[in-house]
Design a protein around this ligand. Structure first.
Ligand SMILES: *Cc1c(COP(=O)(O)O)cnc(C)c1O
Length: 370
């Protein structure tokens, strides 16, 4: 029996932080020491498990954990990997792609942007043409699942055209890794970025990079920031058996270790991906019946988060949000610049039965509002 004081007041239907299991939350109820072998072994176990989850072999790939939210890890990769002789091409179709450009600009990394607009997927043919036209581009960065809209970009096709042209690939799979299978090694992705509090169902506090070991090994001395030096972070973890360079989020690391064990019990990424896909399909169907239409066509929707258009010009998101929160569900505002939307996440400890219940509540509320 858990103390009711720790029960969740609502289900988080957001893209992270998200609803976690009781097991994950319980792993944080102790104060753990750092530096000793027990703790370092947990870090090492997490690192090797991440490599397996990315379908990589430890001969060619390595995992590095880094304190902070997901953006810190994106910044760490961009500012450690690119030197002044490199040039980055950022493929944008939403706020998270845009954030990579902002990071590059702030760090004075030479870069170009190719924008596809917020409701179009990244087009591999356009990427190929852009790379053929500009041989000075050395690295390409893009977002797999653009959480701004819920758009899933064609990862395999985009990576393929970049690797065929012998450029390095940096991909932000923050909101998709763990919820969709990704064959990092088969695709030859150089740097893949994600975080603890999304599809792997941990809590916020650190993110990670799964990197081609040779590519990372070439980055010594390039970092433009000391605390975000990914090479240094990796060296210390590698050479000291799982030691973090600076104070690590110990509670969060234990919770993540538990979350990875629970992923295994669930049946690994294939089983989790199937549950999320089922959640999302039921959500879109149920919402349509309730009078809400998805922004994107089905083929572009990720299983992670879905954008819905406001049903009418006088729709009050604030009132809708409050009513749903009172009924035990927290949803997400929109982030689009051109269309009025809100978003609903289908990841975390949320199951198809929860979605069915949620859409019944939405149906009742929406009838009432009209
Ligand atoms: C969540 C997310 C991030 C990181 O956001 P933080 O607020 O820094 O954790 C980056 N990219 C994508 C696509 C995301 O969904």
């Amino acid at each position: 029996m858990i103390d009711t004081a720790y029960e969740n007041p609502y289900l988080l239907m957001t893209p992270g932080p998200l609803s976690t299991t009781e097991g994950v939350r319980k792993a944080m109820m102790r104060d753990w020491c750092t530096w000793d072998d027990d703790y370092k072994e947990i870090t090492q176990a997490i690192r090797s498990r991440l490599i397996q989850l990315g379908e990589c072999t430890p001969d060619h790939y390595t995992a590095v954990l880094l304190q902070g939210s997901g953006t810190y890890v994106v910044e760490s990769v961009l500012t450690t990997v690119l030197d002044d002789d490199s040039k980055l091409l950022v493929l944008e179709n939403g706020a998270y792609g845009r954030r990579m450009s902002t990071i590059a600009k702030t760090a004075r990394i030479p870069f170009d942007i190719h924008s596809f607009g917020e409701t179009n997927p990244v087009d591999p043919k356009v990427v190929a043409a852009r790379l053929d036209a500009d041989p000075s581009i050395t690295h390409v960065a893009f977002v797999h699942c653009e959480t701004t809209t819920g758009m899933v970009n064609p990862l395999e096709e985009v990576v393929r055209v970049i690797k065929q042209r012998e450029r390095s690939v940096i991909v932000d799979t923050m909101s998709s890794f763990g919820g969709m299978p990704i064959s990092i090694e088969a695709l030859q992705i150089d740097f893949l970025i994600s975080s603890a509090n999304k599809c792997l169902q941990g809590v916020p506090g650190f993110g990670f990079v799964i990197a081609n070991t040779n590519a990372l090994a070439q980055c010594e001395g390039r970092a433009r920031s000391h605390s975000l030096d990914l090479f240094d972070q990796w060296k210390v973890m590698e050479e000291h058996g799982g030691k973090w360079r600076f104070t690590s989020p110990t509670h969060v690391v234990h919770a993540f270790h538990q979350a990875l064990m629970e992923l295994e019990t669930e049946g690994g990424i294939p089983a989790r991906a199937a549950r999320y896909a089922e959640n999302q399909a039921r959500l879109v169907d149920g919402m349509r019946t309730a009078g809400f239409h998805a922004l994107l066509p089905k083929a572009q929707q990720s299983p992670v988060i879905t954008s819905f258009l406001y049903p009418s010009a006088d729709f009050s998101f604030a009132a809708f949000y409050e009513s749903l929160k009172n009924q035990g569900y927290v949803i997400y505002p929109g982030k689009l610049t051109e269309q009025m939307t809100f978003r609903i996440g289908t990841i975390g400890d949320i199951h198809p039965g929860d979605i069915d219940q949620f859409v019944r509540v939405v149906s009742r509320l929406h009838r009432f509002h009209r």
